[in-house]
Design a binder for this molecule. Structure first.
Ligand code: IVH
Length: 673
């Protein structure tokens, strides 16, 4: 093939594939088979390799990904990504509509849309080409995830037609379809990775994957619902949305009732009712309905609060609920020995996913609700995650069902269980002989917030444990190459990575080591406070109960737990070995020098975007100087360090409570004084 011919063929294939892509992913009306599509794509790939000079920057071959992004750069949104005010109450929707009518004082057209339960995205186009895709982030700045968004086939790389603005931004939602989600979770369960809680989390997690070829395989989808441009084709929302469809975006269509114009409250309520009933028919999640005023001039007249447009409101559906049969109860043993009862249910469809299990929390929950195996139970999935049993259908209880007796012995090691009365927790006391507890301690130790050991995952820990190579966290530091290489799934490279990761963990600062060793009730924050107060593990070990409770945030329960920890010979032995391996068991000179009590006892809220520091740096400085970072403003807050775009509701609350609002410069001065 001559270069001329190649150029021509590449152009032709690119156009054809773009067209098929649009028909398949946007219109859902394919005209060729998947096989034919793949053949054309392969041909194009081959030609592009042979003649890279003719490859289009936005070629359909880009959809398979391959780019690896180590860190997604933070990008400021030109126009902040607002949220929507929302309500669960029909009355409030009626009131909202009345207030809009009163304000505009002429007949209004509303646009009714689905409220997609995914991840918001803002995508910039220039001269018809995608240039940048940014996540919502905090609304003011988000992450540049362009290479990953380029793999989403319902989002055009190159626009169709020629009547789009030279430069514009579209906003919408990235979704993981239910079928993709269910399959992904099955795969994850197979390899022992924790399943994603819901399609929204899965979509968000997928967008942050470094290797875009993995993203491409996840088959994300999208719907666009907002156009931002200096000059938009129409002066109303509805026509622009349909126009965006002509340019190649996947947009809601009136044919399938995903979008509808309405002029009366009756039409609005009909739409809400329709989708409340039919939401389970969709292959993606919606959590409500969005109402928008159609005309842009009217939108401007109605205006905005700092957080959301006043011309729009979301009606949120109440949690989905189904009835199913409780088949059995199983008991899981956690790393602290706590036993969690789990309900095994007759599989049932609920809000698009198949539910097989539900949490039963603890013994008291089962007792109070009088849940029995064989009962018909109501299962609900709230906005969140793991479904729960909310009630028993007593009318359907078969006669003679025995009352649930909580297990008395550990399902893993057979030890007699103990009940901790204050917390209604039943646990297995066999701390050093019960498999899930031993494994759990090591998994906690390697986890991201603790030692963050690269090259080892939860499954590796199980594998090493079962191979008899590790029983405690100290054993990790004594692993040898020769022991690892014969194991299944351990190639040279993964062994190297693992050993490197273990070696590197010796640099982890004391406060995180203190968190990682897993003293009961010592979380991340308490570990920081303890490190600061006692400065070394030796001091901590020597501390009496009275000395312990003097430290900030340490109450009786934690103090007792620390004493109990150091009384246990196993722990002393482990710590001694870890010390020998060089882990950090005290603060460094540098840490000691940078520490002060200048902010002791003061509580800070950090809000907005800053110039001189990152938020994490600010938080670190506060803690280093004895202050405390809290997330929400209350009467107990002493200072708010306000950056640009601090939320107006926070500011208003601070002013009402008389809390001092300071700039980052003023904060710096506090440290210098
Ligand atoms: S419009 C200026 N329309 O809901 C108005 N948002 O709670 C911008 N969302 O951040 C939003 N479906 O991620 C709009 N049809 C829809 C939507 C929608 C879902 C999301 C969006 C937004 C969040 C607000």
């Amino acid at each position: 093939m001559t270069p001329e011919e190649a150029k021509e063929r590449i152009k032709q294939l690119t156009e054809e594939l773009n067209e098929h892509n649009y028909r398949y992913y946007v219109l859902a009306q394919p005209v060729i088979s998947d096989y034919e599509y793949d053949m054309k794509l392969k041909e194009l790939e081959k030609l592009e390799k042979q003649f890279p000079q003719f490859a289009d920057k936005n070629s359909p071959t880009k959809r398979v990904g391959g780019q690896v992004t180590k860190n997604f750069p933070t990008v400021k949104h030109k126009v902040p990504m607002l949220s929507l005010s929302n309500t669960y109450s029909i009355e409030e929707i009626i009131d909202w509509e009345k207030s809009i009518m009163k304000l505009v004082n002429k007949p209004i057209t509303y646009v009714l849309e689905l409220k997609y339960d995914g991840v918001a995205i803002s995508i910039r186009y220039k001269n018809g080409e995608m240039v940048q895709a940014v996540t919502r982030g905090d609304g003011y700045q988000g992450d540049d995830v362009t290479p990953n968004v380029m793999t989403i086939r319902s989002i055009p790389l190159q626009l169709r037609g020629n009547d789009y603005p030279d430069e514009f931004e579209v906003r919408g939602e990235i979704l993981m379809p239910f079928d993709v989600f269910n399959k992904l979770n099955e795969e994850r369960e197979d390899i022992g990775e924790p399943p994603f809680a819901n399609p929204r989390n899965a979509a968000a997690g997928t967008l942050k994957i470094q290797d875009s070829s993995i993203v491409a395989k996840r088959r994300l989808d999208s719907y666009m619902y907002y156009l931002i441009a200096d000059k938009r084709p129409f002066n109303n929302h509805y026509d622009n949305i349909l126009k965006m469809g002509e340019w190649g975006f996947k947009v809601p269509r009136p044919e399938n009732n995903f979008i509808k114009k309405a002029t009366t409250i009756e039409e609005i309520l009909d739409f809400i009712n329709y989708w409340d009933k039919h939401r389970d028919d969709l292959n993606f999640g919606i959590d409500g309905i969005v109402l928008k005023v159609n005309d842009y001039d009217e939108q401007e007249q109605i205006g905005y609060t700092a957080k959301s447009p006043k011309w729009a409101i979301a009606y949120k559906f109440k949690a989905a609920r189904v009835e199913t049969k409780l088949l059995s109860i199983s008991y899981q043993v956690g790393r602290t020995g706590a036993i969690t009862p789990v309900a095994n249910l007759e599989p049932v469809h609920l809000a698009g996913t198949v539910v097989k299990r539900a949490s039963l929390y603890n013994a008291d929950y089962i007792e109070q609700m009088d849940i029995r195996v064989g009962d018909m139970v109501y299962v609900e999935k709230g906005g969140e995650i793991i479904p729960k049993i909310v009630a028993v259908d007593f009318d359907k209880r078969p006669p003679g069902l025995p009352k649930t007796e909580f297990i008395t012995h550990c399902p893993e090691c057979g030890t007699k269980l103990v009940r901790n009365e204050d917390e209604a927790i039943v646990y297995c006391p066999n701390e050093w002989g019960c498999r899930p507890q031993l494994i759990g301690k090591i998994q906690h130790f390697i986890s991201r917030k603790a030692m963050n050991i690269e090259g080892i995952g939860d499954e590796t820990v199980e594998q090493l444990f079962d191979a008899g190579l590790i029983r405690t966290i100290a054993d990790l530091y004594e692993l040898k190459r020769e022991q690892l290489l014969p194991l299944e799934r351990f190639a040279e490279k993964s062994v190297d990575n693992m050993l490197k990761g273990i070696e590197k963990s010796k640099e982890v600062p004391f406060e995180r080591v203190l968190f990682a060793i897993g003293i009961r009730y010592v979380g991340e924050t308490v570990a920081k406070k303890l490190a600061r107060h006692f400065k070394s593990i030796d001091n901590l070990q020597k501390a009496t109960f009275e000395e312990l409770v003097k430290a900030e945030d340490v109450g009786e329960k934690i103090a007792k737990s620390i004493i109990r920890y150091f009384k246990d010979e196993h722990n002393i032995e482990i710590i001694n070995r870890l010390k020998k391996h060089g882990l950090k068991f005290s603060l460094t000179e540098e840490q000691l020098q940078n520490m002060s009590d200048k902010l002791a006892g003061l509580k800070f809220v950090v809000s907005g975007v800053f110039h001189d520091f990152s938020r994490d740096e600010l938080k670190h400085l506060i803690e280093q100087n004895g202050g405390r970072v809290v997330s929400s403003v209350s009467s107990k807050t002493d200072y708010i360090i306000a950056g640009e775009n601090m939320g107006p509701s926070k500011r208003e609350k601070a002013e009402r409570l008389g809390i001092k609002i300071i700039s980052e410069k003023e904060f710096e001065k506090m440290l210098e004084e």
